[in-house]
Design a protein. Structure first.
Length: 428
């Protein structure tokens, strides 16, 4: 145990400065976003939104995020990740301010346009971790980032529960103070990144040579699809997951509160417990992924999310929802963090995604994530319609079926692509 702890400390010390700064800034930003992650739909509902309205709001969020990510990804390769990260944080401050000052649900529309997805700190940090780290350590370092974020994040759900309860309970009045706290934290992170993050990544020697015009933007993305063999297949894999997540996640808070009777403390306990496995298992899982392969670790842990989802649906009392959070029900996680024991598979999954292209193209791969996000637009609207019609259990369980029947078989036939510093490709 002492040896493991010593190795852990040594790994922390050896991290590239860019990685350290990105992990700290993202951890604080993530803490602020976790304050409201379970309460955004409940806040909109108390301001007058029905389930279909919630689905439309989430679709608006996804549509504009998808559009903006394409030029943002191109800008990362041309101008650097720091400038794009600062832009995203500035937009999120506007997003949180609109939430804090809204008194009707439709006023939230600009906030969903300028959404939290425009401050994608976690994927940008993943780009930094993968690019500034040796291939044989990437999954470990990506997992380590989740451990540190989870360690900080364990305090967010219960902090939110105390604040919401103190200011009036699960209603707009009780939830509103969380957004003011978000604003303060986001401004702090903006200046942290501005002062501390180097303008370039130390290990990166290559720069993408891109012109500053629309034709260049289109051609640069076309070149990725033509030259990188597995990008299209990975787009299908990510789209399946994105569709399922967007179908269920916007409505899981309604399920917890309106159907299962969860109060703020149960909601806080679910989120806190879902982070505990990350603290205990994430680093060993990342180390294992670097040794035996990313896919094997993903296939080992992910099925637990299906069991967690069944428990989420069938829970006879609110207390059982906490166990669903521990296992990692699909709808309780998010695309960048995961949840519960099943969530420790996500760093291995996302490392495979970033390794599918060489370092000088990862900004555009970030932009391609926006194209993938288009799959979520019909999903959220469909989820709202099904929810309104009473098909609540189906909304929560469809993502599980999509992963079992489609995602898993496709991923099983997709090789892992690990790129060394010389961009040599090793296929496992």
């Amino acid at each position: 145990m002492i040896k493991i702890f010593e190795n852990f400390i040594r790994l922390l010390k050896d991290l590239d400065r860019s990685v350290k700064v990105a992990i700290v800034g993202t951890g604080i930003m993530n803490w602020g976003q976790q304050l409201t992650s379970r309460y955004d739909p409940l806040y909109a509902k108390d301001l007058g939104a029905d389930p279909i309205n919630l689905g439309v709001l989430n679709s608006i969020n996804t549509a504009f995020s998808a559009v903006i990510r394409i030029p943002m990804g191109w800008a990362i390769d041309k101008y650097g990740i720091k400038k794009v990260m600062l832009l995203g944080i500035a937009l999120f401050v506007i997003h949180a301010t609109i939430f804090a000052l809204s008194w009707q649900w439709w006023i939230l529309i600009p906030a969903y346009v300028i959404s939290s997805r425009m401050a994608p700190m976690m994927p940008l940090s993943d780009v930094i971790c993968v690019t500034a780290t040796e291939p044989q350590k990437r999954a470990t370092v990506t997992s380590l980032s989740r451990v540190l974020w989870a360690l900080l994040g364990t305090f967010a759900p219960m902090t939110a529960a105390f604040i919401v309860t103190y200011f009036g309970g699960i209603n707009a009045q009780g939830i509103r103070p969380l957004y003011f706290l978000q604003i303060f934290l986001s401004i702090f992170v903006f200046f942290w990144i501005y002062w501390k993050l180097p303008p370039t990544l130390d290990r990166v020697q290559k720069k993408a040579k891109l012109d500053s015009n629309w034709t260049s933007l289109v051609q640069s993305y076309r070149e990725i699809f033509q030259s990188e063999k597995y990008v299209k297949r990975w787009m299908v894999i990510r789209s399946i997951r994105q569709f399922g997540s967007s179908l269920a996640v916007p409505f899981v808070s309604l399920w917890l509160v309106d159907v299962k009777g969860a109060d703020p403390y149960i909601i806080g306990a679910i989120s806190t417990v879902s982070l505990i496995p990350t603290l205990i298992l994430q680093t060993p899982a990342g180390w294992l992924a670097d040794r035996i392969g990313r896919k094997k670790v993903f296939f080992l842990f992910t099925p637990l999310s299906y069991i967690g989802t069944l428990l989420l649906i069938l829970a006879p009392s609110p207390e059982y929802l906490i166990l669903a959070g521990l296992l990692g029900a699909s709808a309780l996680g998010n695309e960048a963090m995961g949840a519960g024991i099943a969530g420790v598979s996500f760093p291995a999954f996302i490392t495979m995604w970033w390794e599918v292209v060489p370092e000088e193209k990862r900004g555009r791969l970030f932009g391609i994530e926006g194209i993938i996000g288009l799959a979520a637009i019909p999903a959220s609207i469909l989820g709202g319609i099904l929810w309104q019609q009473g098909f609540m259990k189906e909304v929560l369980f469809i993502p599980v079926l999509l992963e079992i029947l489609l995602l898993m078989p496709i991923l099983a036939t997709t090789p892992e692509t690990v790129r060394s510093k010389q961009n040599r490709i090793e296929v496992h």
